[in-house]
Ligand binder design. Structure first.
Ligand code: ADP
Length: 751
């Protein structure tokens, strides 16, 4: 069962309260086309008799003429407090107060008897409102101001209880001020569940700011005819002041011990902010004049409330904005904003009233104050990424929406998470601790309504205080804090963007230089090969033809020339190959890696057999999209190295790849994300000499060798540079894991 008062279409309830009459008029002729059934009681004229008559049957045309032009206007907003003289069946003149409005095609005129004798005189009203207003001064707190208005409204209206009711973000309401007679229970500080005032009622409150029910035991008055002749539907009473009351609301008021009620809506920025609820134990009539006076006081209150809230907010706003300004100033003067963000932890933490600050950059998590652990934060960020796609996420009740956070709710029931980048992760997180507190409800919020044995819905009987301990919630994030977070993020990204632009420019220049270098290497190696071959050949000819005429030294020098020119030719070949890699187009097709390995093994069979090598391939390699010929080069280089740089008697080499579960157990989500979430991670492992950590990056540099050429049958130092280039051209990454004297594993991805 829905835990709320039933949503009957109360704006089309089909009846009014009996303290006035309602006439529906056809707009152009002002002809009465529908009328409330109580005209006989008020005017002695039956509804049947009025129907089809023009309005001047009861109100003289000279009273109507002045307002007629307004009635014809399409956007006619309605008129209140029209003093009219109505003629009854005895031709007597009666004083009435009219309220006229148009709703869609119909004009509705509501007439209430002018209860002159009870009227608050203008002077009285002026006196009391002037007194209320004179009590307002800058030193008043928000609560004091509300209290003054509750008292003043009770003073002029004479209701037993006047309370000010403020809606929370979830539409439950809290009584923030109350003035009452002594012998009734106080509701001050109590919370009323959102279901007490359902959405439709709230909507009607914002349309018609004053709702008056002088007698909850009233007899509803229907219409003649029952449906609106123009729309052929039940008459829409959204803007009516006499509108009948839903039976369940009547019962609600009766259960509360209320005999009459007057409710004034407090609408701020087009949103229902709160209500002034006036209750009387017995039926009570408040004249139109009195109601108007109360409405006006409510308006003054709203203006003042806005002022007080604004000053309070203003101070906090200024404070927060100053801190934000200072922070932006510092960070904009420093280089590498994101890398250095952790230097500003203190300022970031102090920006908002938080107790913990976490900065997650790349793979590093830094904290200040009370924060959840790294693993928890990783899970939290992943959950936010999957469920909310906004740059800033905030809540003051994390455990309610993310169950896993229950474990650390004492430090982070509230979080504000700012994402600067998803790849790599750049996140700033503010944490607010749980604030356990007691909420006093007016009756149990868990049982607002119940069904009787005839399936009829009833409101709760008891409004006795019911206590709830609220946990898993922190202090809420204020609008100004959220706005500041958005502003700060924007500034940070702008600063970061400028840095990135500078970096891009540098990259571009570097790329240009690289291309020039590539071109240079190509031309140099290509053009040098020819003369070098000449030198090599001529040195050989010399040796062959004149070798016997030269002394030992001469022969040795010529032999060195041959050897060096050969070596140089090899170097040039490698350089040429490398420069070609940068320029060539790769052709990507389905490649069966098992076949590639087979060809590679075929090629290096000789070296294989000279050494005692055991090769493991734990499972068949996958078929992938790649350039097969380049992968052949890649594996040749890696496998040759793993044999070359291996001094063990039994050389063991393993070629394989990590499955998804192996990847997840070896690397964090975040690391995999940084590797572009590859489908596979490939590896070549050996039990060779290993590489010390300081050389792990250097080995990929061009012509970088860790050993003299004669040791380990070393090469030109370009093999791994080529491997890296091939991998990069496939969009992958290469890195190593190595222990000196134990062995090396080369890992790489290809996407
Ligand atoms: P080279 O042509 O000299 O073999 P590479 O670029 O292939 O050049 O390798 C660069 C250096 O990295 C080598 O000189 C060697 O010191 C080191 N290296 C490469 N592979 C391995 C390996 N599997 N184990 C140990 N050291 C290695």
């Amino acid at each position: 069962m829905n835990n709320t008062h039933q949503e009957v279409p109360i704006h089309k309830i089909g009846c009014i309260q009996p303290h006035g009459i309602l006439l529906v008029l056809e707009a152009s002729e002002l002809m009465i086309i529908q009328v409330s059934q109580n005209t006989e009681t008020h005017l002695g004229i039956s509804p049947e008799e009025l129907l089809g008559k023009k309005l001047d049957r009861i109100i003289s045309s000279n009273q109507i003429e002045p307002i007629k032009p307004y009635l014809e206007e399409k956007e006619f907003p309605g008129m209140d407090c029209l003093e009219v003289i109505v003629t009854n069946h005895k031709n007597e003149k009666l004083f009435y107060i009219g309220h006229i409005h148009r709703y869609e095609q119909t004009l509705l005129l509501e007439l209430e008897k002018d209860t002159n004798q009870e009227e608050v005189s203008l002077i009285d009203f002026y006196r009391s409102s002037e007194f209320s207003v004179s009590q307002i001064n800058n030193d008043l707190t928000f609560d004091q101001l509300c209290q003054i208005f509750a008292q003043e409204i009770r003073k002029i209206s004479g209701f037993d209880r006047v309370m000010l009711y403020e809606f929370d973000y979830d539409w439950h309401g809290k009584v923030i001020a109350e003035s009452k007679i002594e012998d009734i229970d106080s509701y001050l500080g109590l919370h009323f569940p959102a279901g007490d005032i359902p959405p439709l009622s709230r909507h009607l409150f914002s349309l018609q700011p004053l709702r008056f029910i002088p007698d909850v035991n009233y007899r509803p008055v229907g219409f003649f005819p029952e449906t609106n002749p123009i729309t052929q539907e039940a008459l829409d009473l959204s803007f009516s002041i006499l509108r009948g009351v839903s039976p369940i609301h009547i019962e609600y008021l009766q259960n509360m011990g209320v005999g009459a009620s007057m409710t004034i809506s407090l609408v701020k920025d087009n949103k229902l902010w709160g209500l002034i609820a006036c209750h009387h134990k017995t039926p009570k009539f408040a004249s139109r004049g009195l109601r108007m006076a109360c409405k006006l006081l409510a308006k003054i209150l709203l203006l003042e409330l806005a002022n007080i809230r604004r000053t309070h907010n203003y101070q906090y706003q200024v404070q927060i904005q100053n801190k934000e300004k200072d922070l932006i100033q510092i960070i904009s003067n420093k280089q590498n904003l994101f890398e250095n963000l952790r230097q500003y932890k203190r300022q970031l933490l102090e920006l908002f009233e938080a107790e913990g600050l976490g900065i997650y950059l790349g793979d590093h998590y830094d904290t200040l104050g009370r924060c959840p652990r790294k693993q928890k934060v990783i899970e939290l960020i992943e959950w936010i990424q999957n469920n909310y796609h906004q740059p800033i996420f905030y809540t003051n009740k994390l455990p309610k929406i993310y169950k896993k956070s229950e474990a650390y709710k004492t430090i982070a029931s509230g979080v504000l998470v700012m994402s600067l980048s998803n790849n790599p992760w750049q996140y700033i997180l503010w944490f607010r601790p749980e604030q356990k507190h007691m909420v006093n409800w007016a009756g149990s919020p868990n049982q607002l309504v119940y069904l009787d044995k005839n399936q009829k819905l009833h409101p709760r009987h008891s409004f006795k205080q019911w206590q709830e301990i609220v946990d898993g919630k922190s202090l809420p994030w204020q609008t100004i804090e959220i706005e500041t977070a958005f502003g700060l993020r924007k500034s940070m990204l702008e600063i970061g963007f400028q840095e990135m632009n500078q970096l891009n420019q540098l990259n571009y220049e570097l790329q240009q230089k690289n291309q020039d270098l590539d071109a240079f290497a190509y031309i140099a190696s290509h053009d040098l090969k020819e003369p070098l071959r000449g030198i090599y050949n001529y040195a050989n000819f010399l040796l062959e033809d004149y070798g016997d005429r030269l002394d030992k030294d001469g022969v040795y020098q010529l032999e060195t020339l041959v050897r060096l020119s050969k070596k140089m030719a090899n170097l040039l070949d490698s350089l040429l190959e490398y420069s070609r890699l940068g320029r060539a187009n790769f052709s990507y097709e389905e490649v069966n890696l098992n076949e590639v390995i087979e060809q590679v093994l075929d090629m290096i069979k000789g070296r294989w057999e000279e050494n005692s090598v055991t090769l493991n391939i734990p499972r068949p390699l996958p078929i992938i999209k790649a350039d097969g010929a380049r992968l052949y080069d890649l594996y040749i280089n890696l496998l040759s190295n793993s044999i070359k740089y291996n001094d063990k008697e039994d050389k063991i080499i393993e070629i394989g790849y990590l499955s998804e579960t192996e990847m997840l157990s070896k690397f964090s989500h975040h690391q995999l994300h940084q590797l572009n979430d590859p489908p596979f991670i490939f590896y070549v492992r050996d039990n060779g000499i290993g590489i010390s950590s300081e050389h792990k990056k250097k080995i990929f540099q061009i012509f970088k060798r860790l050993h003299p050429p004669e040791k380990y049958g070393g090469g030109t130092g370009i093999g791994l540079t080529i491997v890296q280039k091939i991998i990069e051209r496939h969009g992958g990454k290469i890195w190593i894991d190595s222990i000196v004297d134990t062995g090396t594993t080369f890992y790489f991805t290809l996407t």
